[in-house]
Design a protein around this ligand. Structure first.
Ligand code: FCB
Length: 473
């Protein structure tokens, strides 16, 4: 019997982006630098010295971009707000011109019947807050809660779906551990401290949102919870798996979903920190009731108990570094999962997405789940007719959507899927060299060309159903 590939009638078919990756206009309307402006302008930090200065000019082209989404029949769009536009130094009153941009964007979406999902923080901390200590400093969590309140007051009448943080693992462990992301620090103890303050920020931010938002609003967080597998069942390899799972997942879902850090995480990291930065009441604050959980998934991790293999791309997430993003885990090796890979070098394995959804179905019973990011980079190029054919991306999306559908059959409450990404954009330390978009962007002219995957995805969204074959003619 073929599996049923029809999705629930009210399923959200979306696409996702983030502010620094698409907006450009970095010096307009009162915006001041974020850590990503500083980092990308630091020689050697991004491929080709690429920056988000111009990006894909979404700040000025947002109307056309929303029209494109409407043409593709999307009914949801996940974007992030640039803190540096709304509260440039991370302190003081909100800047109306900054908020007005997001108001216009949301109005445009609503007018086209597209549900906005607003992420407050997708990695772009105001530089002034980094200068004052960044995420390893407790004060940053309080600053975030204030900023969350400003955005909620301005947009709470029109946005129902709110996400506090995007992938706090990357903010903490790539930003302060391996240093491949802004602000580029390489201090494992600071990375754990950053993780704690991100948990606190999520909790305080959620409280600030609840205080300002109408009761119908829904609050969530998007985690890049890793699917961590071991190369064998040996106790040593299983222990390596357990440790990385705690550093990837438990460090965030522990406080956020259960109000506690896993005890073994504290033991495993005791030689680099005593966790004395955790104050009374912090874990209760981080543990707020949520309305949904966002899961971002690209590829699983495969580990063993041995020295790390520096060639393994996922060991360092979004880029290579001499410093590990995994505190106190130098004796864990990361391996390439067998199988075909995307342009990022990430192995294509939809079973990981199914495993992830089922894990959080158990970890957070009753909490609706959204896949808030999933997608693939390929070296897309227009053909002689100017069309962009990306059959590999269609196959990737097909496989992963089928995994989502299978999880629903298995009892998971998945309510929506946001493809990463709507359009090609600034891929962090890889600059513009990696194209994740369903829509191709010509960076010279800023022309947008929907790839064949965009047309395919539009068809799936319109039918609410996955075709049996992944390839369109
Ligand atoms: C995720 C990020 C997103 C993009 C994709 C490829 O980790 O949230 O901004 O970089 O990876």
């Amino acid at each position: 019997m073929p599996e049923p590939l029809t999705f629930p009638a009210d399923f959200l078919w979306g696409a996702a982006t983030s502010a620094y990756q698409i907006e450009g206009a970095v010096r307009e309307d009162g915006r001041t630098p974020s850590i990503w402006d500083t980092f990308s302008h630091t020689p050697g930090k991004t491929a080709g010295g690429d920056t988000g200065d111009v990006a894909v000019e979404h700040y000025h082209r947002y109307r056309d971009d929303v029209a494109l989404m409407a043409d593709l029949g999307l009914n949801a769009y996940r974007f992030s707000v640039s803190w540096s536009r709304v509260q440039p130094t991370g302190r003081g009153p909100a800047v109306q011109r900054g908020l007005d941009f997001y108001r216009r964007l949301v109005d445009e979406l609503l007018a086209k019947g597209i549900k906005p999902a607003l992420t407050l923080y997708h990695w772009d901390l105001p530089q002034d807050l980094e200068d004052a200590g960044g995420w390893p400093a407790r004060e940053t969590a309080y600053r975030f809660a204030e900023y969350a309140g400003f955005v909620a007051e301005a947009l709470g009448d029109r946005v129902e779906s709110w996400i506090t943080l995007n992938e706090p693992w990357c903010s903490a462990f790539l930003g302060y551990g391996s240093g491949v992301h802004a602000p580029g620090r390489t201090d494992p103890a600071a990375a754990l401290q950053a993780a704690h303050h991100l948990n606190l920020a999520h909790g305080l931010g959620t409280q600030a949102l609840r205080a300002a938002l109408p009761a119908r609003a829904r609050v969530a967080v998007s985690l890049n919870s890793s699917v961590v597998r071991a190369v064998s069942d040996s106790p040593a390899d299983q222990d390596a798996r357990r440790r990385i799972d705690n550093l990837a997942n438990g460090v965030f879902h522990g406080p956020m979903l259960h109000g506690a850090y896993p005890a073994d995480l504290l033991d495993d990291t005791a030689r680099i920190t005593d966790w004395s930065f955790v104050q009374d009441g912090d874990l209760a604050a981080a543990h707020q009731p949520l309305d949904a959980l966002g899961l971002n998934y690209y590829t699983p991790a495969l580990v063993s108990a041995a020295q790390n293999d520096p060639d393994s791309p996922r060991a360092d997430g979004h880029g290579a570094s001499d410093h590990s993003p995994w505190p106190a885990a130098d004796d864990v090796a990361f391996h390439q999962t067998p199988g075909d890979r995307t342009e990022m070098g990430w192995t294509i394995d939809p079973t990981g997405l199914h495993d992830l959804i089922m894990r959080y179905t158990r970890e957070a019973p009753g909490l609706p789940l959204y896949i808030t990011e999933n997608g693939a980079a390929y070296d897309d190029k227009p053909d002689a007719d100017g069309r962009v054919h990306d059959p590999e991306r269609i196959a990737y999306l097909h496989g992963h959507l089928a995994a989502v559908r299978r999880a629903i059959t298995d009892g998971a409450d998945v309510r929506g899927y946001y493809l990463w990404s709507l359009m090609d954009n600034f891929e962090w330390s890889y600059g513009y060299s990696k194209r994740f978009g369903a829509v191709y962007v010509d960076y010279e002219t800023q022309a947008r060309v929907p790839k064949s995957s965009a047309h395919w995805y539009a068809g799936v969204a319109a039918a609410g159903e996955l075709p049996e074959k992944s390839v369109v003619g």
